[in-house]
Design a protein around this ligand. Sequence first.
Ligand SMILES: [Zn+2]
Length: 332
Amino acid sequence: MKPLISITDDMIAVHTVREYNDGLLYCPVCHQKKQTRLIWNGSPVVVSCMCRCEEEAYEAEQKTFRERERMNTIRSLKASGLQDPMLKDYTFEHDYSTDPVMDKAHKYVERWHACYENNIGLLLFGPVGTGKTFFAGCIANALLDQCVPVLMTNFSKIINTLSGMYNEDKNAYIESLSSYDLLIIDDLGIERNTEYVLEQIYSIIDARYRSRKPMIITTNLGLNDMRNAAASDIRYARIYDRILEICQPIPFTGKNYRLEKARTNMEIARQILLYDSFYLSSTPHNNQVFQNYISSPKPKKREPPQEVKTTPNSWCSKLHQLCWLHLSSGGS
Ligand SMILES: [Zn+2]
C-alpha cells in the first residue's frame, strides 16, 4: 500500500494543480494523483497520497538510509571481527603477489554460500611468512564487506582471554565464538602446549565443530608434523582429527613475503634518505607503487653530510658517517 503523506495548503498551492474533471489534486511535474478517494466509516473521503516523484524521492531517501545502515553494520562488524588493526589492510585490493594460491581465496569468497552451507573450512599450512595470514585476512575483509559476521583472532589471544575467566564464563565465551558465520584462528601451534592449553584448544575446536559452521586455521606446522604429533599423543590427535575433518588443507610454499617486505622497506628508507624528492606511497607496503617508483628516472642525489668539525671524535658523528656509507652502498 502506498504510504500516505500530509500536504499543507501552501504546498498544494505552490506545487500542485487542480484537475477539475475529478476534483482531485495532481502533481504538475509527473501528472500523477496527489489525492485519492477512500471509503471511511461508510462515507467517501479524499486523502493525500504520493505522486510518482514523491515516491521516487522517498525511495531514494530510504536507499540512502539503508546504505548508511549497511556501512554502520560493516564498520561495527569489522571493529569486533578484526581484532588486530593491521588486518584491515589485508584485502584483495592490496594483493600484488602472483601466487596462484590467492585464486583459492577469491573462490572461497565467491562461493561463500556453498562453503557455509556445506561447512567447508580451510587449513592454511606452511612456513612462516608465506602469506597465510594475508590470505585469511583477505577472505575476512571481503566477507565482512558483504555483512557476513566474521571473527579473525589467534589462539594466543583466546587462551589469554580464557585464562582470566571462571568456568561458566569460559563456556559462554567459547560458545560466543560460534555465533560468527566464519571463525578464523591464526597461528595454531605457537602456544605453550601445556595440558591446560591443549584442553582449551580442543574445547574451542570442538565447539566450532559442533556448531557446524566453517572455520579457517593457519599454522606453521606441516601436515607431517601434525600426523606425527597425533600418532604419538591422543591429546593432539583429537584436536587435529577434528580440524582435518572439516578444514581443507592448503599448502603455502611460496616465497617469504615478510622478508620481501623488509627488503622493500629498507629500500624505501634508503631512497627517502638519499634523494631530494621521493614519491611517498599512501600505503608503505604497496610494492607495485614502489616498483613504479624505482623504475622511473631518479631525482638528483644529495651530497653526503660533512663530518661535524666541532665534535670530530664523537661516537654520534662516526655513527652518522657509518650509516651513510651503509645506505650509499645499497644497504645490503
Ligand atoms: Zn509528481
